[in-house]
Design a protein around this ligand. Sequence first.
Ligand code: SIN
Ligand code: MN
Length: 227
Amino acid sequence: MLDGILHLLIDHLKSPGDSFFVTGSGPHSGLRLCPGYLDRSNQEAMVAALCDVMREAPIYTPRMPKSGKPMSVRMTNCGALGWVTDERGYRYQPLHPDTGHAWAPIPDIVLAAWQTLASYPHPPEACLINVYGPDARMGLHQDRDEIDFAAPVVSLSLGDTCLFRIGGHKRSDPTRSLKLASGDALVLGGEARLAFHGVDRIMPGTSTLLPEGGRINVTLRRVTRPS
Ligand code: SIN
Ligand code: MN
């Protein structure tokens, strides 16, 4: 789980749940990995809640801006705003692009992770749900479609382990890899809030959580500046 991140300052902070955090330094200060943040029963409960969301807001194939090239990952959202991408570009919008319906509310079990991990006094407005099959990946990118970057991005991983890559504020900055396993939480705050990151590959067969394999990643974000 900690392969490739020896550059990170390992900080064993005992929490009531006896979990520990790995925090970044330098360009990665504000990066916090919480391995095993969700235990198996909470992972199962979160998957059940996300399946309810996906019944209301079916997963769809996002497309790249301009070219319209389909991405390998499938997506849906919950919350007041959802992140979408197609020929018209990256954006947040209140309606599902296919059904035209408002997104479902963020399930309580997902909101609870924000409340515990974000150290931010306002609720998230967007919860992007990425669904990865065995061959899906996500290219290196920054999360910068939000109006305000004061809040962190909180990411939760479910199902098969992935190889996650994180760099600096420039695409050309050196990158490091870490594995994100089922139940792990990652917080991108501080300097790491605008770090380039992506998913190089999924490691099939590494988890029994999702009956058909693959990986679900949930990212919680604040989009607007609180008034
Ligand atoms: C994302 O950057 O939107 C997703 C990252 C991940 O799947 O871990
Ligand atoms: Mn991202």
